[in-house]
Design a protein. Structure first.
Length: 407
């Protein structure tokens, strides 16, 4: 990835400093100007007064104009960068807290300014901070479990277990990598049967290097064909090279032998395996094109079906979300697409095909309100929604097919 989290943090902080200078400095100078005018009234013979006033007016203009110009330059460079994801662009332009997960409600391809949802939960970097060292997962000694990890708003990391077999779907942000490793170790994981990467965005792949450096992975499942933007191509390439360097088998999601596999007694079937080229898509849409390429999976556990949808959506008239949903048909549990955003995702026709009974949202409640209303509309027997920032969601399914959630 050509833009690390550290670079984003630096840009956001620099933006904040510039904004502070252009607001505070002119105010302070105006106060001193007011004092000079008062002195001029009482001291009309002060020959240096006019010079001081002119210098301060010039300084006020400079201290406002230069930071404003610098921020405008950052804005233009950011919005025309082929190296930044949409989430990062919004974070920079809105200069919110870079140490928290900040996300956007997706609007249209022109990226109009819109409401920002800020996650209040802790943002761990490296080893969990004191006070949050207790496990967020509860180990299941045998049987099956799906752990939708609490890695904050708008980011995915999902552990799947069947007895002593474990798999992982996505690796969240880079700063969450060690947290994921900690959770895997709490579960007693010595090796992952598979790591499935849905797509190359930083909120889904950021922690891959930390995970693969600490936990052996038998098989990496990822799309390896297609032409995305250079930043995305390099991300895929780096993940594959890391896997190969560690002796991990790389399984191309486009290839039929990789599209149906088992984790113990759990069956997985992959969908949306074709790779669409983004070579003809404008730079404003680079992030959305990787979303439409999300590798999706359906896990069948004791007759119950769980749909892991990545960030798939009905982008660019391709209607992939609806096409895939109709291929899948009825499901029991839905990992809500693209963290609950609705501009191009969670279309009613797709949800009508799925008819989910439960939904798990990897986001706070606000952005997903419309999506969940659509999920409920699609199934009059809908039961409940779980939000991972409120705590890791653990799903188990008994041999008789009984669904149990714990949060």
């Amino acid at each position: 990835m050509c833009s690390s989290e550290e670079v984003i943090v630096f840009i956001v902080i620099f933006n904040r400093i510039l904004n502070l200078i252009r607001i505070v400095a002119p105010i302070l100078l105006m106060i001193t100007l007011a004092i000079d005018f008062i002195r001029g009234v009482s001291n009309p013979d002060d020959k240096n007064l006019k010079k001081r006033i002119n210098n301060k007016l010039l300084a006020t203009f400079i201290l406002f104009a230069i930071p404003t110009l610098a921020r405008a330059t950052i804005y233009i460079a950011t919005n025309n960068s082929s190296c930044l994801e949409e989430e990062q662009i919004y974070q920079i332009n809105e200069h919110y807290n870079p140490f928290q997960n900040v996300e956007y409600i997706e609007v249209d391809p022109d990226r109009k300014r819109t409401k920002i949802i800020q996650d209040p939960s802790d943002y761990e970097k490296g080893t969990p901070k004191s006070g949050i060292t207790s496990p967020t997962v509860g180990a299941v000694s045998d049987g099956n479990a799906v752990y939708f990890l609490n890695v904050g708003a708008s980011t995915d990391a999902i552990i799947i277990q069947d007895g002593e077999h474990f798999g992982l779907i996505d690796t969240s942000l880079k700063g969450k990598g060690q947290f994921i490793v900690n959770q895997l170790k709490i579960l007693g994981v010595k090796e992952l049967d598979f790591l499935l990467i849905t797509h190359s965005h930083a909120d889904h792949v950021g922690g891959y290097n930390t995970v693969m450096s600490n936990i052996p992975v038998k098989t990496l499942i990822i799309k390896t064909d297609g032409a995305l933007y250079p930043a995305h191509e390099s991300t895929y390439s780096n993940i594959i090279k890391t896997a190969q360097s560690k002796g991990t088998t790389v399984c191309n999601g486009n290839s039929p032998p990789c599209q149906n596999f088992n984790l113990g007694n759990i069956n997985f079937k992959l969908y949306n395996t074709s790779f669409f080229s983004a070579s003809s898509v404008s730079s404003n849409n680079r992030g959305r094109f990787d979303n439409v390429n999300s590798l999706c999976a359906v896990a069948t556990i004791n007759g119950r079906r769980i749909y892991f949808s990545g960030d798939i959506g009905n982008y660019f008239g391709k209607n992939q979300e609806s096409i895939v949903a109709k291929q899948i048909g009825d499901i029991d549990i839905y990992k809500v697409a693209h963290h609950g955003y609705v501009s191009f995702n969670n279309h009613q026709d797709a949800l009508n095909a799925l008819k989910a009974e439960y939904a798990v949202v990897t986001n706070t409640r606000g952005p997903a309100a419309t999506a969940i209303s659509r999920v409920k509309k699609a199934n009059s027997n809908f039961i409940k929604t779980y939000y991972t920032p409120e705590g890791t969601v653990t799903l188990t399914i008994s041999t008789s097919g009984e669904i149990q959630f714990k949060q």
